[in-house]
Design a protein around this ligand. Structure first.
Ligand code: HEC
Ligand code: HEC
Ligand code: HEC
Ligand code: HEC
Ligand code: HEC
Ligand code: HEC
Length: 373
């Protein structure tokens, strides 16, 4: 595999080549690239890492011996990495418009005439924090609330109405764990709403004096040195990536806790069940799956469209060998959201040879075609 870095970038390997048309990330942290085929965006299995000045596989690819070229850049990625990413109808990775980078409106809104811009620092604390959390709060598991669409979220709204976010379980520094870590710090817990991202970071300035910020609360520090250097050390992220990240838990204590809602509320059975199911699959832990099952069943008794709930139930049924029931739930999920090529392929695999399976595979290929190469 060879990469030429020039005016425009091109990724070449023995059997083919693609032009890298789009990137995610800054030069500071590293860049990850995307390429287009038939107008659709896919993640390229190569990125640039600023801290090492080197090209390598991007986060999520480092354990792959044979990188694949089939990872779509979905609207979910672009919600956090771009502005106004508008999907073309019937597509999961083809866009009518993508505004590059994080533009003003993501933090200040796009008010109609005579309306005022949102000033993040002046909002009530939960709304203020939501401005940064919309992108900087990944948690252990982040779920969109049923019936909500992230693209409707804007500054001035409460993120908790749009997502449930579970924290806890794994310790260590994560690629996108800043809000979660800060919430676990003594500083935040003891000073509450006085402390937020904006206390230390001003998005409009590259100048930062972290020591002065620490001293604004710790007036008589035990050591006059670089506070953050000792109390907010940098480390490789536990969830992949090649860059180092800063520990925002401002403590030497190891954090591991039970799965809990970041927003401090009692999670719904649906959200808790989905979170356990996702952790169970990710960590190959049957105990989590056992916890998930009764919660998901309870959630399914509520008659409400919820394609993610039904495809998750189908996955668990399939894993438990209950094929016929799994098929029913996959079909139900697809009735409610017909734009799920991965679910279509799972259903087709379960159905085995035959006309219906072929039909689902054709539909999946029409939405997300397998890459030539
Ligand atoms: C629309 C999504 C989005 C929003 C909203 C957002 N960020 Fe970010 N932020 C990002 C992404 C993505 C990166 C990584 C940037 C990159 O690699 O270019 C980032 C990077 C950063 C960095 C590191 C930048 C650097 O150059 O070192 C800081 C600090 C930061 N954001 C703070 C904030 C604060 C504070 C807020 C709220 C006022 C906020 N962000 C809101 C997406 C967002
Ligand atoms: C909830 C918001 C969110 C979503 C969803 C999201 N990202 Fe990110 N991502 C971020 C933020 C914030 C950072 C920056 C972290 C930092 O610089 O500290 C980041 C960092 C990255 C990086 C650089 C990591 C590194 O090691 O330097 C890449 C590459 C990336 N994201 C790709 C993706 C892709 C591809 C998707 C979709 C599959 C995605 N992201 C989904 C918020 C998000
Ligand atoms: C990542 C989030 C973010 C982005 C993107 C962003 N801002 Fe801001 N902006 C802030 C925050 C937070 C403050 C308040 C800073 C403070 O008081 O500490 C602010 C303050 C301001 C202010 C001062 C008045 C006020 O509302 O407090 C102006 C004017 C402003 N921004 C304009 C812009 C413009 C124009 C852009 C696009 C070029 C932009 N901002 C992009 C987060 C952002
Ligand atoms: C908004 C006020 C505020 C700011 C800003 C702040 N802290 Fe704190 N911090 C606190 C409070 C309050 C406590 C709890 C003190 C206590 O329990 O006696 C605390 C506790 C701590 C602790 C003890 C942690 C533990 O686990 O026991 C350390 C270390 C610390 N802060 C370091 C820092 C550093 C370093 C900075 C700057 C990067 C900083 N703080 C910024 C308010 C703040
Ligand atoms: C008490 C101060 C403090 C607070 C509060 C704070 N940060 Fe930071 N942050 C830092 C320091 C220090 C760094 C490291 C800066 C450097 O090395 O240049 C940093 C770095 C970052 C980076 C760059 C990537 C990394 O991990 O090094 C991001 C992104 C970031 N912070 C996001 C946030 C977000 C989002 C919030 C709110 C949830 C937040 N920070 C709150 C002090 C703070
Ligand atoms: C050379 C490294 C180093 C520097 C520099 C440093 N600290 Fe500490 N700090 C420590 C260690 C080690 C402890 C003890 C931690 C423990 O016992 O868990 C500590 C403890 C603390 C505590 C909790 C105990 C107490 O004294 O109340 C606070 C708060 C604190 N530091 C704040 C700061 C601030 C603010 C600065 C910057 C002005 C700073 N530290 C600079 C290493 C450092």
């Amino acid at each position: 595999m060879r990469i030429e870095a020039g005016g425009s970038l091109r990724l070449e390997w023995p059997k083919g080549a693609v032009d890298l048309v789009f990137f995610i990330g800054s030069r500071r942290m590293g860049r990850s690239f995307a390429f287009q085929q038939d107008g659709r965006l896919y993640q390229a299995p190569a990125g640039y890492y600023a801290n090492r000045g080197a090209w390598d596989s991007p986060p999520g690819y480092e354990r792959d011996a044979t990188p694949d070229f089939s990872r779509p850049i979905t609207a979910e990625c672009l919600f956090c990495h771009a502005t106004r990413a508008r999907l073309s109808s019937g597509a999961v990775n083809r866009y009518d418009e993508i505004g590059h980078g994080i533009q003003c409106e993501r933090c200040h809104g796009s008010p109609a005439e005579h309306e005022k811009l949102v000033s993040p620092g002046k909002l009530a604390p939960r709304l203020r924090d939501s401005v940064c959390e919309q992108c900087h709060l990944a948690g252990e598991v982040r779920l969109v609330q049923p019936g909500k669409r992230m693209e409707d979220f804007g500054p001035g709204q409460d993120l908790a109405e749009y997502v449930e976010v579970f924290t806890g379980v794994s310790g260590g520094v994560k690629v996108n764990g800043h809000a979660e870590a800060l919430a676990a710090s003594r500083c935040k817990q003891a000073s509450g709403n006085r402390l937020w991202c904006g206390t230390c970071h001003n998005p409009h300035s590259t100048q930062a004096n972290y020591n002065a910020v620490c001293r604004s609360c710790h007036a008589q520090p035990h050591n006059p040195g670089d506070c953050a250097g000792c109390h907010m050390p940098k480390a490789r992220a536990s969830d992949g990536g090649h860059s180092v990240f800063t520990d925002h838990s401002i403590s030497t204590r190891q954090r591991t806790a039970a799965l809990a809602s970041y927003f401090g509320r009692q999670p719904s059975p649906r959200n808790l069940g989905l979170a356990y199911a996702r952790l169970g699959v990710r960590q190959r832990d049957p105990e989590y799956l056992e916890k998930a099952w009764p919660l998901l069943r309870q959630a399914a008794s509520v008659q409400q469209p919820d394609p993610l709930l039904y495809s998750t139930i189908a996955g668990l049924l399939q894993a438990g060998g209950r094929k016929e029931q799994a098929i029913l739930y996959y079909r139900l999920s697809l009735e409610q959201d017909p734009l799920q090529p991965d679910v279509m392929r799972k259903l087709a695999d379960l159905l085995g040879p035959g006309e219906e399976a072929q039909r689902w595979r054709r539909k999946a290929a029409a939405i997300l075609p397998p890459l030539r190469n």
